[in-house]
Design a binder for this molecule. Sequence first.
Ligand code: TYD
Length: 192
Amino acid sequence: MLVTLEGIDGSGKTTLCKQLQSEFPDAVFTREPTNSWYGDAVRKSISADNADSLAELFLYTADHADHLASVIEPALEEGKLVISDRYADSRYAYQAATLSDQLSSPLEYIKTIHEPFTRVPDLTIYLDLPPEVAVQRSDQANKFEQIQFLQSVYDNYQQVINKDPDRFAVIDATQSPESVLSESINAIESFS
Ligand code: TYD
């Protein structure tokens, strides 16, 4: 079974992921961007000033292709529970935001390049947090710009969820970390 964790920056995804590792010790935990050299290329692009957004989409997507082939598919074939911290939905939400000025239907375009080869998760845990709260939790320098960007990412996540609601467990991330964890465990256990 493939479970993915999604949410905007500051939604508490990293904390949840660590806690799930102790709850599901036999699961394979993985992430995007990955730790492969494709993932290194992605991180290089994230930290570059003026990286090209379209080039960045393809770097993330190349990393995803390698991630599927070298980690996800082999683990699923062995019957493992695989939990990925970010996955294709991060592209649908984030790159559709970074490419909104450049492409007319960025979300549809990004889905189109994934659909022929990706594997759709069995369950996606979405940590739902309003962008204003996410930015308050972080120490971002330009909070106004950050809220505008995260609002666009947030809206894209909503669109993806509305198209495929059965795949998602939407969890209110304003709750305590303990409640977020127990709701996530329930979602995974009731699925498997
Ligand atoms: P991540 O390492 O998950 O950051 P964090 O642990 O702080 O949530 O992701 C790094 C950044 O990359 C984050 O801002 C989200 C972004 N990202 C995309 O824009 N597209 C993608 O496909 C992925 C996987 C991440």
